[in-house]
Design a protein around this ligand. Structure first.
Ligand SMILES: [Fe+2]
Ligand SMILES: [Fe+2]
Length: 246
């Protein structure tokens, strides 16, 4: 995949922001200025710990998985109901924010090496998680190639739906293990004081890659994708009432 580089990450994530966001850009600049005004160690409204940061990034990735699952269902019902460019934006978001940033720059550099040294089960998970990062990239590559086309070829509809579903299945398990096993082990291995230093490093990397708060950029992008696919109404996902017991 040559079309996406980290250097262009911020540009890519920003590419589809509506013009009205120009006011947001200036407000984000203002936020940055305010941030600089904040005394060291002073809490701000957006202060997050390193583990909270990783977990809220999982929140963005899970929302992408919801888009993937819904797209797979719709593709099987009516292939024309999923505009390839909207799906491509979701796949690009997962590549840039999930794979190139969250996985490659944070988990594989800061989290996994330390967890790997911990005795017992968590260390054994690391190789599997790394293998899943690699498989995820392969699937992303495939999805990017297919969604670049004007329409998904009819012979590819079922393979794409299957690829989307297997990706969702893998990452539901992957992020659940990271949230409940890997991050807690990492947090206690790092220690509270060092955790603050790492949180600041995460922030620095985000600004370096995205030009501003990467989470905020990704969140806005996610909302645009959900709106384009008619998935922005949370209520549509409320489960129906269960059957009455007789
Ligand atoms: Fe991961
Ligand atoms: Fe993760």
């Amino acid at each position: 995949m040559t079309g996406i580089s980290l250097a262009g990450a911020g540009v890519l994530l920003n590419a589809c922001r509506p013009p009205s966001n120009s006011s947001n850009s200036s407000s984000s600049a203002t936020n940055d200025e305010n941030k600089n005004d904040t005394a060291p160690g002073e809490a701000t409204a957006v202060d997050v710990t390193a583990t909270e940061d990783l977990m809220r990034e999982h929140g963005i990735l899970r929302r992408t998985l919801l888009v993937y699952q819904e797209s797979a269902t719709r593709l099987r019902q009516d292939p024309n109901s999923v505009p390839p460019d909207a799906l491509e934006k979701a796949v690009t978001l997962f590549r840039v924010f999930g794979e190139d940033y969250h996985e490659q720059k944070l988990e594989e550099v800061f989290v996994f090496p330390l967890v790997k040294k911990s005795p017992g089960t968590p260390a054994m998970y690391v190789d599997v998680l790394l293998g899943q990062h690699a498989r995820g990239r392969e699937i992303t590559e495939y999805l990017l190639a297919i969604t670049k086309l004007d329409r998904i070829p009819s012979h590819s509809v079922e393979p794409v739906a299957k690829a989307l579903e297997s990706f969702v299945r893998m990452y539901e398990h992957h992020t659940a293990i990271e949230d409940t096993v890997i991050f807690p082990v990492w947090k206690s291995a790092v220690g509270e004081a060092e955790l603050d230093v790492i949180a600041a490093k995460f922030e620095e990397i985000e600004v370096q890659l995205f030009g501003e708060d990467g989470f905020e950029v990704a969140l806005k992008r996610m909302e645009e994708i959900e709106t384009a696919l008619g998935m922005s109404n949370l209520e549509m996902f409320t489960a129906p009432a269960p059957p009455t017991l007789r």
